[in-house]
Ligand binder design. Structure first.
Ligand code: ZN
Length: 318
């Protein structure tokens, strides 16, 4: 009996102890779970806030997008260029143009026709909205190389910048001043002045589009090729700094000559464009949307229709 009693006491004791251990374990697991949950929430807020913000901003755009999918506006870093079929990696275009200029077969030549519409020197309140209307109607995206002082001009120009991004186009940096004398004093490339002007433009764009705005795309006023031929050493030094900062400059290989020589009417621009685009597999097309470029807007629908008929797809550069 006594043995049995003692045995059952020990069993009872052991059961109690096990129950206590189980309860303790449950409490530990519960607390650990709570801590993990809180930690995940906090890190989520920290790392994904800009992306969520961006997703919210682009949501309204995706409704009227032809593919129901829109790249993350101006922020090249939020969405990998490779993940969106309408977005080209700016570094790819830079390399492609460089090899083409050197008379080499570009690595990126793959038989696929791609058109990169680009508009420099804007925004303007007279021409840019017309161009945006046409692009919307044609369901085509473009890259706008913005001049900071034009963007910062007034509420209307600032709103046009917002509209460009909202409608799914890309924004590139065309410097703040576009002033040759400042950027290229004595026809020499000034790394300091160019970089200062690029960053000043970035500040303007961030003030309009929000602090998360970034762009990797640079277009030199007058073109990289022009200043590279005048001051190759100066340009090599500048290129090094640009690449350290993950900036990529792109010129063009097709143009309408809407900013060269005498002003031309739309049919002359279209003819020039057709001559220029011939044989171009990747067509980086230079046009302008600044004041006085109404003929460019008039020519644009036919230029886009021509490209579509020729089998080009359209991409923006980021
Ligand atoms: Zn320009």
């Amino acid at each position: 009996m006594e043995k049995g009693y003692s045995h059952s006491r020990t069993r009872e004791h052991r059961l109690k102890r096990n129950r206590k251990r189980l309860i303790l374990l449950a409490i530990i697991l519960f607390v650990a779970g709570c801590i993990t949950f809180i930690a995940i929430k906090v890190s989520d807020n920290k790392t994904h806030a800009p992306t969520q913000e961006l997703a919210k901003k682009t949501d309204s755009v995706s409704k009227d997008s032809s593919k129901g999918k829109v790249n993350a506006g101006a922020n090249g870093k939020a969405v990998s260029p490779k993940s969106d079929p309408e977005v080209e990696d700016g570094a790819f275009v830079e390399k492609y143009l460089k090899q083409q200029m050197l008379g080499q077969m570009p690595d990126g030549a793959d038989g696929k026709k791609v058109a990169y519409l680009s508009f420099d020197d804007g925004p303007s309140v007279t021409v840019t909205p017309k161009i945006l209307d046409i692009l919307k109607k044609q369901k085509v995206k473009a890259t706008f190389f913005i001049v900071g002082k034009e963007a910062d001009e007034n509420e209307h120009t600032r709103n046009i910048i917002k509209r460009i991004v909202k409608e799914g186009h890309a924004i590139g940096n065309h410097t703040y001043s576009h002033n040759y004398k400042y950027l290229y004093p004595n026809k020499r490339v000034s790394t300091d002045h160019v970089m200062q002007d690029i960053e000043r433009n970035n500040k303007v764009l961030k003030s309009i589009l929000g602090p998360e705005f970034t762009t990797r795309m640079i277009r030199f006023p007058g073109g990289h090729m022009t200043w590279n031929s005048r001051d190759p050493q100066g340009m090599a030094a500048l290129d090094k700094v640009l690449h350290q900062k993950d900036y990529h400059q792109v010129d063009w290989n097709v143009l309408t000559k809407d900013a060269e020589g005498k002003s031309k009417k739309a049919p002359a621009l279209i003819n020039q464009f057709i001559r220029s685009v011939k044989g171009r597999e990747k067509a980086i097309i230079l046009m302008h949307d600044t004041y006085g470029k109404e003929e460019t807007a008039k020519a644009l629908p036919q230029i886009i229709e021509f490209l579509k008929k020729q089998g080009y797809e359209f991409k923006v550069m980021k």
